[in-house]
Design a protein around this ligand. Sequence first.
Ligand SMILES: Nc1ncnc2c1ncn2[C@@H]1O[C@H](COP(=O)(O)OP(=O)(O)OP(=O)(O)O)[C@@H](O)[C@H]1O
Ligand SMILES: CC(=O)N[C@H]1[C@@H]2OC[C@@H](O2)[C@@H](O)[C@@H]1O[C@H](C)C(=O)O
Length: 370
Amino acid sequence: MKITGPIWALGAMSGTSLDGVDAALLRTDGETIAVFGASAYRAYSEDERARIAQALGQWHDGADVAQAAETVETVHAALLSRMMTIESDQSPVLIGFHGQTLAHDPDNQRTHQTGDGALLAEILQCPVVWDFRSADVQLGGQGAPLAPFFHFACAKYLSLDTPTAFLNLGGVGNVTYIDPSHDKPQAEGALLAFDTGPANAPINDLMQTRLNKSYDRDGGLAGKGTANAQIVEKFLNQAYFHKIPPKSLDRDDFTQLSHDVADLADADAAATLSECCAAAVARAMEHMPKKPTRILVCGGGRRNTHIMARLKALTGLQIDDIDDHGLDGDMLEAQAFAYLAVRVARGLPTSCPSTTGVGANVGGGTVSHP
Ligand SMILES: Nc1ncnc2c1ncn2[C@@H]1O[C@H](COP(=O)(O)OP(=O)(O)OP(=O)(O)O)[C@@H](O)[C@H]1O
Ligand SMILES: CC(=O)N[C@H]1[C@@H]2OC[C@@H](O2)[C@@H](O)[C@@H]1O[C@H](C)C(=O)O
């Protein structure tokens, strides 16, 4: 399709915390953001979440992966078909579908997002861009994070003029350093991006197994506990934190951490996992090319007031909820895949050496037409 100006695109993301699917409309030409549109969220039911969780870590088609794929496709089809008509003046002409990451192993040039974009194109009768990460990993990149080019566009939209870090606290944490003095995201020095470490995933897992709750609301449990300094120190001694970025993680790369807190009381375990999340971000700040003026936090973890306070204490930086700057911190990733879909359709790069470590600029993603 030929794109000559801003279009409405619809992006959808099913993140590593396995809570549900975010979908958001965005009007863009794949370079600048024109208008932020409507958005919606569909939580996974416990059954759906269990079916996806059952397939985590799997690479090959089998019964588990087939069930996870069907769940992801069905939930997306229902949510996206509703979104396509939600506002008559925001009808999307392109969809960006991330799918659900089941496994991620960039060192062996493989990453697995489940959900068939070609099938969704048929169901929704709209072109779908999908499989955003494969090209990057096949070319030796990390395949993640991919939101940084969108974060750069957000920084321009907000007219930021000093180095700023965007921090996403989802299942895994990822940071994008932005020097907004550059014109294009792929310019040398404009971006540096990487995964910081585990964020909500281990906390959610703890809450689920011990208390049958899906997350630690507002960090209430962690706030009552004390972090175990030895466990945090052991965590920070792992090789990942000494690696020079770009670098990325799989959801379950830090399972040892969950074993390490097994003998702690509930509140102390939650405090320890939350401290690890914040400490990993503080470590990430040591890699920033210049000291950022502030960290703008997006993703569900920004609601965890305990983690937000620990971030401030450990980094010494200004920590802002990105909503306070007028963006929707719950929808940034869905918006990012709307934005990236337009870039793919226009043949523009979606990652570069400073965001995924890939050797050259890459335009990932497959376009499927109905
Ligand atoms: N009020 C709250 N207090 C504490 N934590 C919260 C709150 N609201 C959301 N969260 C956390 O945020 C998580 C959802 O975050 P988000 O939707 O950004 O993750 P995701 O998109 O699945 O992940 P990823 O960015 O890794 O792809 C929830 O699972 C929960 O752990
Ligand atoms: C392989 C994969 O799905 N990675 C996710 C995950 O969730 C957060 C972090 O780890 C980030 O690297 C990425 O998602 C966001 C949307 C990204 O690519 O920017």
